[in-house]
Write a protein that binds this ligand. Structure first.
Ligand code: G3H
Ligand code: 13P
Ligand code: ZN
Length: 342
């Protein structure tokens, strides 16, 4: 099957009450791990690349790796998504490269650090929606600003400042109406990376109530949870057992994500958990087999460790078993549907 518009996956997920994991990739092994997990669990899947990933892997390599993925697994519906596009141009170039979905993150200015005014966010997001929908491509926007900072992306907000930038449900409703986005990323107190919370999060710091309120106001809105890694202790322990130094830290419990899915969350972004799994597996080989120098000797266990995490998330989010039910809709057909709606 060719790559599908992400909107088709999210609509199906909403209709059947499940969520779809969106897993970040930077290289061949990560794409292979996700596709093997999707194949094993019969899951539709979203594969996403950040600006940093596109620059690391190079667009041409990435495009051909994705083509290989859909060629090898024709029964798995796959959407390819630009994660955190920092300007309309980043989204336009992703669309040119064959991505079937893009995120215009206008919650931050083009530097991907400074919280942006609402009017700026609406302007850039609307511009991307106009361009993308003509081509059948899905658009995710973001309202509110995520805390923390990861590899240069994020406002670096913590404490009271981060709380002040959580999503306001009323503004979210206005934003969806003014931009026509297909999916809406919300800020509920999570952040990117491994260091989200110092204790297991309570309702004080992880505001699931915002999701419930947006769902009440906009029952048809597909919400996106960023920073959704659970940072499992077992994965952190493996890294530390083999020479790593990761202090005690907590992520978003899977049960909270499942609660979000009951309240309209359809896309769940996970990167850090896979990074932890890969790093732990590689450290283990280096520590236990110091004579190993064939990269396959450590990349294969790394790939298997990531596959396991992805499979677990696919089952927990409820996307497992749905691969065969996704309607086959091309970008051209999707463009015609958007034109009709307009
Ligand atoms: O947005 C955060 C994702 O984990 C991607 O991170 O910008 O380091 O590729 P990255
Ligand atoms: P994590 O760092 O929690 O995996 O979040 C990833 C993400 O939100 C990518 O956009
Ligand atoms: Zn994110």
């Amino acid at each position: 099957m060719a790559l599908v518009p992400m909107r088709i996956l999210l609509d199906h997920a909403a209709e059947h009450g499940y969520g779809v994991g969106a897993f970040n990739v930077n290289n061949m092994e990560q794409i292979q791990a996700i596709m093997a997990a999707a194949d094993k669990t019969a899951s539709p899947v979203i594969i996403q690349a950040s600006r940093g990933a596109r620059s690391y892997a190079q667009d041409n390599y990435l495009r051909h790796l994705m083509l290989a993925a859909v060629e090898l697994y024709p029964h798995v519906p796959v959407a390819m998504h630009q994660d955190h596009g920092s300007s309309p141009d980043v989204c336009f170039s992703a669309i040119e490269q064959g991505f079937t979905s893009c995120m215009m993150d206008g919650s931050l200015l083009e530097d991907a650090k400074t919280p942006a005014p609402y009017s700026y966010n609406v302007e850039v997001t609307r511009k991307v929606v106009e361009h993308a929908h003509k081509r059948g491509v899905t658009v995710e926007g973001e309202i509110g600003t995520l805390g923390g900072i990861e590899d240069g992306h994020g406002a670096g907000l913590t404490g009271a400042e981060a709380m002040a930038h959580l999503t306001d449900p009323e503004q979210a409703a206005q934003f969806v109406a003014e931009t026509g986005v297909d999916a809406l990323a919300v800020a509920i107190g999570t952040s990117h990376g491994a260091y989200k919370f110092k204790h297991k999060p309570t309702g004080e710091v992880l505001k699931m109530s915002i999701i419930a309120e947006i769902h009440r106001r906009l029952p048809n809105c597909h919400m996106v949870m960023h920073g959704s890694s659970s940072v499992p202790k077992e994965l952190v322990d493996i890294i530390n057992q083999y020479g790593g130094q990761i202090p005690e830290t907590y992520g978003v419990p899977v049960e909270e994500i499942q609660e979000g899915i009951k309240n309209g969350v359809r896309k769940i972004n996970v990167d850090t958990d896979n990074r932890l799994a890969i790093t732990g597996a590689i450290r283990k080989v280096f520590a236990t087999k110091p004579g190993e120098f064939d990269p396959r000797g450590y990349m294969k266990p790394a790939r298997e460790a990531m596959q396991k995490v992805v499979e677990e998330r696919m089952i927990a989010f409820g996307q497992a078993g749905h691969a065969g039910q996704i309607p086959k809709v091309s970008l051209e057909e999707m463009a015609r549907r958007y034109a009709k709606l307009k």
